[in-house]
Design a protein around this ligand. Structure first.
Ligand code: NAD
Ligand code: MG
Length: 392
């Protein structure tokens, strides 16, 4: 029986994780669940999975949840804040941590799990983008296994030789072919991009996801973050990773070997496949995902990304090349920009402009410590807010 902590249990990945777990009660037991402020959903999950701990971000939400739990037979202990998140990530009773908090908020608890040598199912790509070098070094030192859950990285992992583990150098591999759907605005006339609404941006053609990653997919910053994520997970560099826009989202990514063989992982676009892969690893378990009907799909298309339409891809590659805290600055500026767009404070096309300005104004520092990463993350957020207040 594996004991699982689900960080970000009320989100899109969290819900899919619990869906897979619910059909394998003989294999997995929920040790802890965490959420930001959604007390109602967390209470429902506590009733269904009887975790030992439930963690809410603030005391107020924790108190509300505690009152609800006290009226039941449950003996779930309610914790709150950063300390609570770290407790359930590094606890000796935990085997596997699903890291599915969105954004920079996921870094500390995921790192706590890494330092405790847990098996990490990594969905929270922002943690790796911010602190890739230190994160991977910490995993190596603690013997923590990182299984990628992001569908592309999970696909790449599946296409790598048996025995390959995250962080090892690639052998006999020419390149990684990272696929991207191109998001909802791939074909929209460029002039119209200025007027798109948050709801349009969050309506992804193939995947159902949280709002932040949906906007990232629409700007293709998601692919930029994934490019950086791939470089850290597979110890490579952007020159060896080629983005292929593949609007059907059936091939989740590919690996090309020295002999010219290209291996692809395919399937219906449903995150329960990579989640089940991570939960079951090294075995395969049922995910609840339906079979791929290639007769219905009929065609698979590929095109090069349009750099004019998607400047975020270039910004991400630039940040990776700059190194040091540059990716943390990129990520922080992006988080503020996406939030501002979702709250109608800036236009869609201003997301990239804002990130580029922040990157030009804050000089990244090399060979950073975690403290320096968090400092530059904060500095980038403050600068982004300042620029928004000034009208960019
Ligand atoms: P989501 O917004 O649906 O869920 C986020 C979860 O994090 C929620 O449970 C929320 O309560 C929690 N959370 C948010 N802010 C928090 C904070 N400050 N402190 C503590 N908890 C907080 O997001 P999602 O779509 O499930 O994505 C989660 C992560 O997985 C992201 O990093 C995303 O890039 C990655 N990912 C998601 C998908 C997908 O299909 N949704 C695919 C690949 C990767
Ligand atoms: Mg992805």
């Amino acid at each position: 029986m594996k004991q699982i902590t689900v960080l970000g249990a009320t989100g899109s990945i969290g819900l899919s994780t619990l869906d897979v777990i619910s059909s394998h009660r003989d294999k997995f037991s929920v040790f802890a669940l965490t959420a930001n402020t959604n007390v109602e959903e967390m209470f429902r999950q506590c009733c269904e999975f009887s975790p030992r701990y439930a963690v809410m971000s603030c005391d107020e939400s924790a108190n509300q949840l505690r009152k609800l739990v006290e009226k039941t037979q449950l003996d779930t202990e309610i914790l709150s804040g950063k300390k609570g998140l770290e407790t359930v990530s590094e606890h000796s009773g935990v085997d596997v941590v699903m890291a599915a908090i969105v954004g920079a908020a996921g870094l500390r608890p995921t790192l706590a799990a890494v330092n405790a040598g847990k098996r990490i199912l990594l969905a929270n790509k922002e943690a790796l983008v911010m602190a890739g070098s230190l994160f991977m070094a910490a995993a190596k030192e603690a013997g923590a296994e990182i299984l990628p859950i992001d569908s592309e990285h999970n696909a790449i992992y599946q296409c790598l030789p048996t025995g390959y583990r995250s962080g090892m150098p690639l052998k006999h591999i020419r390149r990684i072919l990272l696929t991207a759907s191109g998001g909802p605005f791939r074909d929209m006339p460029l002039a119209e991009l200025a007027n798109v609404t948050p709801d349009q941006a969050c309506k992804h053609p193939n995947w159902s996801m949280g709002r932040k990653i949906s906007v990232d997919s629409a700007t293709m910053m998601n692919k930029g973050l994934e490019l950086i994520e791939a470089c850290w997970l597979f110890d490579t560099n952007p020159e060896n990773v080629e983005v292929h826009v593949h609007p059907e989202s059936i091939i989740h990514s590919m690996v090309e070997y020295d002999d010219g063989s290209v291996l692809a992982q395919m399937g219906c676009p449903d995150m329960r496949t990579p989640i089940a892969y991570g939960l079951g690893w090294p075995e395969r378990i049922e995910s609840g995902v339906s079979s791929l009907d290639l007769f219905k799909v009929a065609q698979l298309n590929f095109e090069k990304p349009d750099e004019q339409r998607f400047p975020c891809l270039r910004l991400a590659a630039e940040a990776y090349r700059k190194g040091g805290t540059a990716c943390a600055i990129l990520n922080a500026a992006n988080e503020v920009a996406v939030d501002a767009f979702l709250n109608n404070r800036i236009r869609f096309d201003q997301i990239a402009t804002l990130i580029e300005s922040v990157m030009a104004l804050i000089v990244p520092r090399q060979q950073p410590s975690f403290d320096m990463i968090f400092e530059d993350d904060l500095a980038a957020r403050a600068k982004a807010e300042e620029l928004i207040d000034q009208g960019l």
